[in-house]
Design a protein around this ligand. Structure first.
Ligand code: PMV
Length: 346
């Protein structure tokens, strides 16, 4: 007998990729494996109210911070259409979805990873109400699988601090279909790693990630890039186990620049960095040279800069950010985040 009505609330974090996912086939099957750190403060909180209805079909109202939000509806509609064959029970309910992000609206931070992960864990939570005998592993795997159908990188936002997505020979249990927690021990050096997100450009994304991924089809350097991502996964696995921060820095910065190099060499081509992005990178390099403090950067498909460093260096690096980097951010804004652990029920 179906559960008639109820309400669920989950929060799911964003994540930052160190080996980048860029290129896919079909429904978010990645062209190469990726690895990310889960974030803590940048998250989406989503409430899912459900009530049984008489007619079968996909039906929902969408609110953003309590207000109707029509422009996000097609994305959610598409998400439901993609998952319905794995979750047929959703057709028995009408949903009211209310979603809030903890990061500033239009900060240039993509909310698709946290947003789709929050949707997916809510749906799995409903499935669990219908079928209470469910292992945590099944819950997390299927939630990640569903999140992937919403937005590829969202599958890395469900559970774990370090998450691998995409089949990789030397990462046991890895899959193209869902993210898995890094199945090796993470060296102390990386526990609680910091990620300060510098908001260089809060505008709309110039290139949607869908378009970007598609530009890897027929891209002249695609095969080389995909092979490199596999090699970097092997290297990063050892780096994370051994705690080798200098090698971490070299690999992570190279991955970020390679992601942007792929966009600069696609047709059409894009430059997603801004002058301030480069100013920040140069400042980070100069600071690292001068102080030997192991701070480095990574980038997503945009102009914002993620400043990564070990938690023990927090005081000095925050001073550096406030004194030298904040001036390159819009309204001097940044988000001081750190490694988190995944979605949680509220
Ligand atoms: O999940 P999508 O389709 O928005 O792709 C995200 C791609 C990058 O953020 C650029 C890299 C990554 O692995 O997260």
């Amino acid at each position: 007998s179906a559960v008639q009505t109820g309400s669920l609330t989950w929060s799911a974090p964003s994540n930052i990729a160190l080996v980048k996912y860029w290129g896919k086939v079909g429904d978010q099957i990645p062209a190469n494996p990726s690895l990310s750190f889960t974030l803590s403060k940048c998250k989406t909180i989503t409430t899912l109210d459900y009530s049984v209805k008489s007619e079968k079909g996909i039906s929902f109202d969408l609110l953003f911070e309590g207000q109707p939000k029509e422009d996000f509806k097609p994305k959610v509609q598409k998400f439901f259409e993609r998952i319905v064959k794995y979750c047929p029970y959703i057709e028995q309910y009408h949903f009211v979805i209310d979603t809030t992000n903890t990061f500033p609206h239009s900060s240039g931070i993509a909310s698709s990873a946290s947003g789709m992960a929050a949707m997916a864990v809510n749906i799995m939570s409903l499935e669990k109400e219908l079928n209470p005998v469910m292992s945590e592993e099944y819950f997390n795997q299927k939630a990640s699988f569903l999140a992937r159908l919403g937005s590829g990188s969202a599958c890395r936002s469900v559970s774990g601090s370090v998450v691998v997505w995409g089949t990789q020979e030397d990462v046991s249990g890895s899959s193209d279909l869902y993210g898995v927690e890094f199945p090796y021990s993470l060296h102390e050096n990386f526990k609680g790693y910091r990620d300060v997100i510098l908001l260089v450009d809060k505008g709309e994304k110039q290139v949607s990630s869908t378009l970007g991924h598609n530009l890897m089809n027929g891209h002249p350097y695609a095969e080389q890039r995909f092979a490199q991502a596999h090699e970097n996964m092997t290297k990063l696995r050892a780096i994370l186990e051994q705690g080798n921060i200098p090698e971490f820095i070299a690999l992570v910065e190279s991955e970020a620049l390679t992601l942007h190099a792929m966009m600069m060499t696609s047709m059409p081509y894009f430059i997603l960095m801004k002058p301030n992005t480069l100013q920040i990178i140069e400042k980070i390099w100069a600071f690292r040279e001068k102080t030997s403090i192991p701070v480095c950067f990574t980038l997503d498909a945009g102009a914002n800069v993620h400043v990564l460093f070990p938690k023990d260096n927090e005081r000095f690096v925050m001073d550096f950010i406030n004194e030298e980097l904040a001036v390159f951010c819009e309204n001097a804004q940044y988000i001081a985040d750190e490694m988190g652990a995944g979605a949680i029920r509220i």
